[in-house]
Write a protein that binds this ligand. Structure first.
Ligand code: NAD
Length: 486
């Protein structure tokens, strides 16, 4: 089923491309046209990748950690050197405006660089025990890490997971999303160019139910990192429990922003605009519920409407403010949520339509008057849609912000220091930003409370996830004096 008009990419295993059991098309969401034919790995590709990863891992783990770090620095450099090309590849497959895509390619390099610096700092502890014994802990690699990646930020999310996994001495097999496999496949090639040993990083494109499930359910996998929706995360999590392997689940969100009466309104509007336009709102931490104090509601709403109405829309490659949604299915979902909200009495302050053009575009949309328990207020819409709500006091704002099954991220806008601390403490979310939107770095831990996930990515904490602790206790006196209990 290889299409002569498009480029072809294989399965990346053991430092080279191979054919798969089948193939699938990747399309440009700005036009709906096919741009590549990609091999479906299937069970065979997964089998080859796991064999290669398991062969490469012991030597990778046994390498002088400083040398492992040097190779990862080279990998980071290769990514940064190719940021322009990587950005274009990703924009063509997932539609993201090119300026954002290049920025994320640079951020992907930053993740590898951060973890390259940690290879020599993965330390155990000495533990006080009685007599002539010396007890200490070692942080040892788990083995082979399976990384399941979504389409919305494929390079960054891939490097966020493989950075700590490889730094700790694991090998990795990445399963990118079928909508956006080209960027992660290029990362595989760059790892080889940077002299990472063959098999340390493999990329197995394909769909979730065949290739993804074959990977996560294989007994040769020692850890699973899943980034995606709650429902798929639950399936993957059950598999991990069945195989008794550690898993990190990075799932969805319904992030609130709270704008208090003393807020810098310009900053708060800018934050809402970023949330609306970054990847067309198809971001796990996108602010989708904005609670504005009644004293400033009208002012905020007018400023937001004005800003939204000046947004440029177009193909990602032209670097507009707002690109297309990733697929026809994604567009259909957004339309359904907005139509249902409008049928139930909410109003669109602006947007609420598809522009008259090819591709999967949706106008930036601000909804007012939706109930707190309406589907559009509670579920992930994953599009350029924000809901506005009015509140009267701090306790009410925190209660309504927390009234969701998600808990990934939240933003607070206030110039009152005491309130900033109180509200940040009261919000049920893995990350809380005050007076800024985004504000995330490789060194800042990230993950979800409630149904937004399990475990933490990023920061030094991620190293703990990709290692297992071993206790060693050495009796160095007369063995008969040793305290042998249990
Ligand atoms: P998805 O759950 O549909 O797919 C995610 C990945 O899982 C894809 O690679 C898919 O092919 C794979 N998959 C599907 N079924 C599988 C199975 N049975 N076994 C193994 N793998 C399987 O999610 P999506 O639509 O690609 O991504 C959007 C979701 O990701 C949103 O919910 C978003 O909030 C979330 N997300 C979370 C974070 C985070 O860091 N918390 C970051 C980005 C996206």
């Amino acid at each position: 089923m290889q299409d002569e008009r498009t480029e072809y990419r294989g399965v990346y295993v053991n430092g080279e491309f191979h054919d798969g059991v089948d193939s699938f098309r990747v399309e440009n969401p700005a036009t709906g046209e096919p741009i590549a034919t990609v091999a479906e790995s299937g069970e065979q590709g997964v089998d080859d990748a796991l064999e290669s990863a398991n062969r490469a891992q012991p030597e990778w783990a046994a390498m002088d950690p400083a040398d492992r770090g040097r190779l990862l620095y080279r990998f980071a450099e290769a990514i940064a050197d190719h940021a322009e090309e990587l950005g274009e590849v990703v924009t063509r497959e997932n539609g993201r405006p090119i300026g954002q895509s290049k920025g994320l390619a640079d951020s992907a390099a930053d993740y590898i660089e951060y973890y390259a610096g940690l290879t020599t700092k993965i330390e155990g502890e000495t533990v006080p025990v009685p007599g002539t014994q010396q007890a200490f802990t070692r942080k040892e690699p788990l083995g082979v890490s399976a990384q399941i990646v979504p389409w919305n930020a494929p390079l960054l999310l891939c490097c966020r997971g493989i950075g700590p996994a490889l730094a700790a001495g694991n090998a990795a097999v990445v399963k990118p999303a079928p909508e956006a496999p080209l960027g992660p496949l290029k990362l595989g090639e760059l790892a080889t160019e940077a002299d990472l040993p063959d098999g340390v990083l493999n990329v197995v494109p394909g769909d979730g139910v065949t290739t993804g499930a074959a990977l996560t359910d294989d007994p040769r996998v020692d850890e699973i990192t899943f980034t995606g929706s709650v429902s798929t995360g639950q399936t993957v999590g059950k598999t991990a429990i069945d195989n008794v392997v550690p898993t990190a689940l990075e799932l969805g969100g319904k992030s609130p922003a709270i704008v208090f009466e003393d807020a810098n309104l310009e900053g708060a509007v800018e934050g809402a605009m970023k949330a609306l336009t970054l990847m067309s709102g198809q971001v796990c931490f996108a602010t989708t519920r904005v609670f504005v104090h009644e004293a400033r509601y009208d002012e905020f709403r007018d400023a937001l409407r004005e800003a939204v109405e000046s947004v440029s829309i177009g193909p990602g490659i032209e670097n507009p403010d707002l690109g297309p949604l990733v697929s026809e299915a994604g567009l259909g979902k957004v339309r359904r949520y907005v139509e249902q909200a409008l049928e139930n009495g909410a109003t669109a302050l602006t947007g609420g339509r598809t522009p008259d053009r090819d591709g999967y575009f949706y106008e930036p949309t601000v909804i007012e008057g939706a109930d707190d328990d309406a589907p559009i207020s509670r579920e992930e819409v994953f599009g350029p849609v924000i809901n506005l709500y009015e509140f009267s006091d701090e306790a009410e704002a925190v209660r309504r912000a927390n009234d969701t099954e998600f808990g990934l991220y939240a933003t607070v806008w206030t110039n009152d220091l005491g309130r900033a601390h109180r509200v940040a403490n009261g919000i049920e979310a893995g990350s809380v930003m005050v007076n800024q939107y985004s504000g995330s770095y490789p060194q800042t831990p990230f993950g979800g409370h409630k149904k937004s996930g399990l475990g933490r990515e990023k920061g030094m904490q991620a190293i703990d996830h990709y290692t297992q602790l071993k206790t060693v206790n050495i009796e160095y006196g007369d063995a008969s004096d040793g305290a042998l209990d249990g």
